[in-house]
Design a binder for this molecule. Structure first.
Ligand code: C2O
Length: 586
């Protein structure tokens, strides 16, 4: 199995017949057409065949403190080399721990900063038990929503209907399940171990694992309600052109999957916009290439280090929102806002407290979850997970399908198959979508009159396009150097003080001054955006964008500086940038 993983390449050139997971009868439509030109020469491409070692897995919840003390005493494991982003977190903190449900408060509406007008605290329960993944006897199958059969849709509708019919105080009911998202995202819980801070599982390295657990139980509850242990959630395949439209099963008005609180301009046939900036959705012939470039950037170009994909370190004592990973801040956020109503508060999808009330949420996140496994499959022999117990032993509480309160940990989420589910195989067209440079060997960095990126420029407000020249501490790096260390553009001190959705994009050596919204070019380095969001303290975040491949594509590896353009797309007057520099990291 391991050798299969090694044969994965991010720019495959061979085409082979993919290995399909056998679908139970009725899951797939008979006329589902697939084009195969982008198939990967790798079984693991959809994350369905992963194997991994899980360092640190043997540690128990109870054992972690003793062991930590021992390690601290030895000055060992937690030395600087093991810290993923030392600038964010106390060096000797402990993993985020399950909150005390009895201390849940009404939380904060992140848009208005007022106390929430809903109570999203879960029902209380006696004691939680430490969750053990059940042995996998039957695999759950998650179909692509746009390919799902009528039979499957009827089953899913039935399950959601039954969930909506459960008594309101049943932790498995539809509203209680929606509240789980609100409770973990709207600052209703104290951070265990640091009551001065609130718990927030977004914009940090727990984004993927926490949502995986959330979907896991949601799916098991639905499966139990229809007595189908193979039931899997449909995923919204928005990274693939045939899936770049709101799936039909969610837009039939009489379906339990329907939700009226959506942007009515974005119903089918509108093309989903993975770079959505609040402007009317336009021409699919532009949006689709932009979408594929965005996916390439999130999944290939900008994720050479673990932190860049997962998000920044978040442990006891870290303030909320230390920094989101590429998918979270990119396509994930874009579609939340794209689906939600075009109002400032964006219910349901465009606002964390209400997002879980939108049935589409679970298909949106089933795709995010799938992208996580695909990314792990693409890593080959590179590390796929943080080895630190601060990540692996972080734990949360959920109600399972039997309404039992369970404590789950991040270290158990690393392999979807061990959690008992796989996805339908579909194409990954973005994988081959390495964008091309508009201008190679551009001299724009030498001729530009833009200021140097120094303290005199920053902090700067993004109410207009901002251009700065950034020095490269190393140039003309050897292949070996480049393999060892990624060149990263760090944009930090990003202050977002807004009740609004914000987004900006970053371009390198771009001679195009019109900022004409063409993302499909090698000059595009990445973006920052987030679901409308406001905390009681100002949010300061940072992003890191991979430059190694980009500078190769622009053919400017021998230059000693680059021209960086920061292009605000939404809410620019509410974004401040603290500084820009280039670093090298592995
Ligand atoms: Cu918890 Cu997509 O948000």
């Amino acid at each position: 199995m391991a050798s299969l993983l090694l044969s994965c390449s991010s720019t495959p050139t061979t085409t082979t017949t993919p290995t399909f997971v056998t679908a139970p009868p009725g899951f797939l439509t008979h006329n589902a057409k697939r084009t195969r030109q982008f198939n990967l020469s790798c079984k693991a491409r959809n994350g369905n065949d992963e194997q991994r070692e899980s360092p640190g897995k043997e540690e128990t919840f109870q054992g972690k403190f003793d062991r930590r003390n021992l390690l601290v005493g030895m000055g060992g494991l937690y030395g600087a080399a093991n810290l993923v982003s030392a600038d964010y977190s106390p060096a000797f903190a402990s993993p985020i721990s399950a909150p005390d449900l009895s201390k849940c408060t009404r939380g904060t509406n992140l848009n208005t900063q007022q106390p929430l007008d809903v109570n999203c605290c879960p029902p209380l329960s006696q004691k939680s038990i430490d969750y053990k993944l059940p042995p996998v006897t039957k695999m759950r199958f998650r179909p692509a929503a746009h390919l799902a059969s009528q039979e499957y849709i009827a089953k899913y509708e039935k399950a959601v209907e039954l969930m909506k019919a459960l008594p309101e105080d049943d932790p498995r009911s539809f509203m209680q399940q929606a509240n789980v998202h609100c409770a973990y995202c709207n600052l209703t819980y104290e951070q265990t171990g640091d009551p001065s801070l609130r718990l927030q599982i977004h914009n940090c390295w727990h984004f993927f694992p926490w949502h995986r657990w959330y979907l896991f139980f949601y799916e098991r509850i639905l499966g139990k309600l229809i007595d189908d242990p193979t039931f899997g959630l449909p995923f919204w395949n928005w990274d693939n052109p045939p899936g770049m439209v709101m799936p039909n099963m969610f837009v039939k008005k009489d379906s339990p999957l329907y939700n009226p609180r959506r942007n009515q301009d974005h119903l089918p046939p509108a093309t989903t916009d993975l770079n959505y900036a609040g402007k009317p959705t336009t021409d699919p012939s532009k949006i689709i290439p932009n979408n594929l470039t965005e996916m390439y950037s999130e999944m290939v170009r900008n994720v050479s280090t673990l932190e860049d994909f997962y998000g920044a370190k978040y442990v006891t004592g870290t303030k909320p929102d230390p920094g989101p990973g590429t998918v979270e801040r990119g396509s994930h956020t874009a579609l939340h806002v794209w689906v939600g109503q075009a109002t400032p508060s964006g219910e349901d999808m465009g606002n964390f407290y209400s997002a879980g009330r939108e049935p589409l949420f679970f298909s949106h996140h089933a795709n995010v979850d799938r992208l996580w496994s695909i990314w792990r499959g693409l890593r080959g022999s590179k590390p796929k997970d943080f080895p630190e117990s601060d990540w692996l032993n972080a734990n949360f509480l959920f109600y399972d399908e039997n309404a039992q309160l369970v404590r789950v940990k991040v270290g158990d989420t690393l392999e979807n198959q061990k959690m008992g589910y796989v996805w339908q195989e579909v194409d990954l067209p973005w994988l081959k979508n390495r964008p091309t440079a508009r201008v190679k060997k551009s001299k724009v960095a030498t001729t530009s009159t833009a200021p140097k990126a120094t303290e005199t420029v920053f902090p700067v407000k993004l109410d207009k396009v901002v251009k700065v020249l950034v020095d490269r501490p190393k140039k003309s790096r050897s292949k070996k150097d480049k393999e060892k260390e990624e060149e990263l553009l760090v944009i930090d001190g990003i202050e977002v003080d807004t009740a609004k959705f914000v987004r900006f994009e970053v371009y390198i050596n771009d001679e195009d001054d019109k900022a004409d919204e063409i993302i499909d070019k090698a000059e595009y380095a990445g973006c920052y955006s987030q679901v409308p969001h406001k905390n009681s303290t100002k949010v300061t975040s940072k992003i890191r964008l991979g430059l190694t491949e980009l500078l190769e594509d622009l053919d400017v590896e021998d230059d000693d500086k680059i021209l960086v353009s920061l292009v605000p797309r939404a809410g620019g007057e509410d974004i401040t940038i603290g500084g820009i520099k280039i670093i090298y990291a592995s």
